[in-house]
Design a protein around this ligand. Structure first.
Ligand code: UDP
Ligand code: UDP
Length: 283
């Protein structure tokens, strides 16, 4: 197992417990540069995923998705590896079809602040399918919906870690907009199980396939649930809604159920409990 990271948002501490494992190797490398190694399977998850991080250097974000995909596909082609792409529900943009099935093409702004991430990930999907058509590569494309859990960075900036940290510190909970926008939150262990099952599917199966938890909540409901589970005295405070923030999001996971025999096993309350326990330990 070779773990490759440039540590822009990841941290070595998150894999420290694996370093002593004889089959685990950690390499500092940026996928926008070529990589010559020998592997059988590649999981390409490279790219910051939190809006504050991917908007910090948007040009680099697009490069990471596009040049990163080209390099990883080139590597897969040379060593004949199977390759999985961590795509995203962001390919659906601010969707007018709800819930989102894989056949929906999306509604994405090409020139907004989220475009570096959304269009980078969309172009990566295009590259995967062209390497598949042109070079017969064995590809697997998973579209990941909002995921959370232990080992997120306390300053990740996404909603679950923000709310949990704020609640634990007794700070105001920052709701962007009126909190009526929805998201569907998948616990990290469920996501990983789905990715492993996807990698193990027969060569004819490429995806794209949605992976996420179809239980949908408003952001306000999430805030209230975090306050309840932490027993916090925090109050809600309302901030402006960022540009192009999707109004609603929920995966249609029919395909994942059918082809992977998978559906999430950890509901929001259980996942939040585990996440809260982790962040409590960090404080
Ligand atoms: N590449 C890599 N590792 C490899 C093979 C290729 O990083 O083991 C990169 C290399 O930079 C190349 C890119 O992947 O430009 C695409 O490779 P491909 O063979 O598809 O196209 P090429 O550009 O070599 O014609
Ligand atoms: N959000 C919020 N407060 C925060 C962080 C995020 O209300 O402190 C909102 C954000 O505007 C969005 C939702 O929560 O509507 C999910 O945001 P996140 O950045 O976690 O993921 P994404 O927007 O990429 O789904």
């Amino acid at each position: 197992m070779l773990c490759v990271d440039n540590f822009f948002t990841g941290s070595k501490a998150n894999v420290a417990h694996l370093l002593k494992h004889p089959h685990f190797e950690l390499m500092r490398h940026d996928v926008t540069f070529p990589l010559y190694v020998e592997v059988d399977e590649i999981y390409n998850l490279a790219c910051p995923a939190s809006p504050i991080h991917y908007q910090f250097d948007p040009v680099q974000t697009t490069k990471t998705s596009v040049h990163g995909a080209i390099n990883m596909l080139g590597l897969a082609k040379r060593v004949k590896a199977k390759i999985l792409q961590a795509s995203t529900s962001e390919v659906y943009g601010d969707p007018e079809v709800h819930p989102q099935p894989e056949g929906y093409w999306g509604r994405v702004n090409t020139i907004g602040p989220r475009s570096c991430y959304d269009e980078g990930k969309r172009c990566a999907e295009t590259l995967f399918f062209d390497y598949w058509r042109q070079h017969r590569l064995r590809i697997k494309v998973v579209r990941i919906f909002n995921t959370y859990g232990p080992r997120m960075h306390p300053n990740d900036g996404r909603v679950v870690s923000n709310f949990v940290m704020q609640a634990l510190k007794g700070e105001d909970i920052t709701i962007y907009g009126d909190g009526s926008q929805t998201r569907s939150f998948c616990y990290v262990d469920d996501l990983i199980e789905a990715m492993i099952r996807m990698m193990a599917t027969s060569d004819g199966f490429t995806g794209p396939i949605n992976i996420g938890n179809p239980q949908e909540f408003t952001i306000r409901e999430l805030a209230e649930q975090v306050i309840r589970l932490t027993g916090s005295q925090s109050r809600l405070t309302f901030k402006p809604l960022p540009a192009d923030d999707p109004k609603q999001r929920r995966p249609d996971i029919g395909l994942a159920k059918e082809t992977l025999g998978w559906s999430p096993t950890i509901d929001l309350a259980e996942g939040l409990e585990r996440t809260i326990k982790y962040f409590r330990g960090k404080l």
